[in-house]
Design a protein around this ligand. Structure first.
Ligand SMILES: [Zn+2]
Length: 132
């Protein structure tokens, strides 16, 4: 059975490689977003300068412009990704916690109440009459 060609499992937490096991905190997302927006502004200025320089030299290098624009579009996609993550992080934060009949908050995605063990969703079923 040939195993070569198969890459070993990537080491966790390689710098520069986003590992998205959990949603980063909104503060960090906002920081990243601001940093990317700054880079974007800078790149757009550079692109304008490049165009002007090409006009001056009467030498239009389309490949250069395409390269810069490709980079910028990728950057904007990353910013849009951050926007989506940010709104996801905010909606998770502001979602009202579901509560069990016993009053304990139900953890997102859990099937049973961590406090009393009632199955989640049992409150929708008719409650059996209780003894007085
Ligand atoms: Zn409960």
């Amino acid at each position: 059975m040939p195993l070569f060609g198969r890459k070993p499992a990537p080491a966790p937490a390689v710098p520069g490689t986003p590992v998205r096991r959990t949603l980063p905190p909104p503060s960090q997302l906002r920081r990243d977003r601001r940093a990317l927006l700054r880079v974007r502004e800078e790149r757009i200025r550079d692109l304008g300068g490049l165009m002007l320089e090409m006009y001056r030299r009467d030498q239009f290098r389309q490949d250069l412009v395409v390269d810069r624009c490709t980079e910028l579009v990728a950057l904007e996609e990353r910013i849009a990704e951050l926007d989506a993550l940010l709104s996801a992080a905010m909606s998770v934060r502001h979602r009202p916690a579901a509560r069990c009949e016993c009053g304990a908050p139900i953890l997102w995605g859990s099937k049973f109440c961590a406090s009393c063990g009632r199955p989640v969703g049992a409150s929708a079923a008719p409650v059996p009459p209780q003894e007085a």
